[in-house]
Design a protein around this ligand. Sequence first.
Ligand SMILES: [Zn+2]
Length: 189
Amino acid sequence: MTDTAGNATTTSGDEPVTMMEYFMQLEYSDVVSAPVMRFRDALMDARLIAQQCPKCKLVYVPPKGYCPIDTVELDERNEIQLADRGVVTNYTVVTPVQYYGQKETEPFVRASILLDPPGGMLILQDVLDIPVAEVRAGMRVEAVWAPKGERDVDEIGNRSGSALEGSLRGFRPTGEPDMPAEAFSDKVW
Ligand SMILES: [Zn+2]
């Protein structure tokens, strides 16, 4: 018995075929939703937008087009502008393993950022311009946008989440006093 590549898949012709190995390639094309297209346009303009549910008031960034809690459809009428500064609520120090293709060599931070009112949470953000050991919850930060002309949102699709590196490089400390944990501890993500 052979597979489509001509490789033997069984050792005996009497055994039923239960497994085959072959190489295949799949190409996905994902039609980007209207809310995400608007989100991408805003990023190119160094702005963050979101949708806010009129019922539960939760802020969805990137916009989803619906609130899964209330099963309410959201559209441009529910769109809000977000601040591009906020506070580090929690973070992880990632120590890169040196596998083939790894580009990172030094430990780095991925942080959750609670944006100033009207709110919104970005996860997995880079924290720039500060040693890893000095990053802390409560630290005030501001967005570092890629320069106009270098921004790229091609990678942002319907399931990209907060991976915005092509336009929003990360966040850096503002130098303002830290916020007390009580100010954000109910919003840690
Ligand atoms: Zn809701």
